[in-house]
Design a protein around this ligand. Structure first.
Ligand SMILES: Cc1cc2nc3c(=O)[nH]c(=O)nc-3n(C[C@H](O)[C@H](O)[C@H](O)COP(=O)(O)O)c2cc1C
Length: 337
């Protein structure tokens, strides 16, 4: 019997599989199903600060942009039910979720104004959130905004929230930094408890019939995991923060690969949207069977086994494959992976 129990940002989890933010947590029933499915923790969908303003008009951003706007996600994107729309609704749902399930419930926040970040972070803590994940979903659409400005914005947001709550705070990053490792180190130095790599951004598509720009949400595939897995492997052992992997988990092998690269926890949204929250049990069974087959008894035994060694140990670093693979890709455009 393998022991899957683990830790994430100091929270004790029964296993390293975490449900990442998605419409599956829009309702209390959905949250219960996620917990019953077996995940170790749940990160709720994000409270978007815009909802504040929109709530005044008795709408929420997600209700405003109904499923029809997201053709790929049509079946997966139930709107937030009216009862839980807007900040107060979110906090009510969070509070009920915390008492309904016996696993940590992490709240996710996407603020805009400084007060939006701090006031809601504090309210989430008061509502019982085990931790807070900052979804800094920010696209510098103005070309005048520099890379260092974007990085500073991430650090500022984190520090502002860190100053007003005592629960662990994770930052969910996008991969689009000129040096993802550098921003990870800065946030780590600023005291981030967790780094969640990487968010998937929604870029619009063009509808040729309607001659219109339309938002499209598509679900991930396992090849999408390679970017996050490489950065997790490179950061393992270099940051104090817990590392959470998000993107591209479809089967148990994807979970195992992320753990070998060095993830503390592995998050999944697309697979649970495709197959239902109960699919978590299948992922966990597959992980346990593979561990048994390989003779691993605990997650700690395998975690980071295939992370990238310190760059100062040049030979070991090259042997680990991360550099070789990248160099091959640079040289010929054909990576051996
Ligand atoms: C329909 C849908 C809704 C999502 N909503 C949120 C959200 O509210 N907050 C957030 O941080 N991420 C959100 N995400 C991103 C997921 O949490 C996850 O990070 C991303 O989909 C990559 O993981 P996956 O490959 O397992 O899907 C959403 C993703 C999808 C597909």
């Amino acid at each position: 019997m393998v022991d899957l129990s683990t830790e994430y940002m100091g929270l004790a989890l029964r296993n390293p599989l975490v449900a990442s933010p998605s419409p599956l947590s829009h309702t209390l029933d959905g949250i219960r199903r996620l917990a019953e499915g077996g995940v170790g923790a749940i990160v709720m969908f994000s409270l978007f600060e815009e909802q504040l303003r929109e709530q005044a008009e008795r709408t929420s951003r997600l209700v405003d942009e109904p499923a029809e706007s997201f053709p790929e996600a049509l079946d997966y994107f139930p709107s937030v039910v009216e009862e839980y729309a807007g900040p107060q609704g979110y906090l009510n749902l969070l509070e009920r979720a915390v008492s309904a399930v016996d696993i940590p419930v992490i709240a996710s926040l996407n603020g805009i104004s400084p007060e939006g970040w701090t006031d809601y972070a504090r309210a989430m803590q008061d509502a019982g959130a085990a931790a807070i994940e900052l979804n800094i979903y920010y696209i510098p659409a103005d070309p005048g905004i520099s890379g260092p400005d974007v990085e500073q914005r991430h650090v500022d947001v984190f520090e502002r929230v860190r100053a007003v709550v005592t629960v662990p705070v994770a930052v969910k990053l996008k991969p689009y930094f000129s040096s993802p490792g550098a921003i990870a180190l800065r946030l780590d130095e600023a005291g981030a408890d967790g780094l969640v790599l990487f968010n998937r951004f929604i870029y619009p598509d063009i509808d040729l019939q309607r001659l219109a720009v339309v938002p499209v949400v598509d679900l991930s595939s396992p090849t999408d995991a390679r970017v996050a897995r490489t950065w997790i492997a490179l950061l393992r052992g270099k940051v104090r923060a817990s590392l959470a992997a998000t993107t591209g988990v479809e089967v148990a092998a994807d979970v195992a690969r992320y753990l070998l690269a060095g993830a503390d926890v592995v998050m999944t949204t697309s697979a649970l949207l495709r197959h239902g929250p109960e699919y978590a049990a299948e992922l966990l069974d597959g992980l346990s069977s593979w561990m048994e087959q390989k003779g691993f008894q605990t997650v700690d035994e395998l975690r980071g086994m295939l992370s990238a060694p310190d760059i100062t140990d040049r030979a070991a670093y090259e042997r680990a494959g991360y550099v070789t693979a990248m160099r091959a890709a640079n040289a010929g455009g054909y990576a051996p992976w």
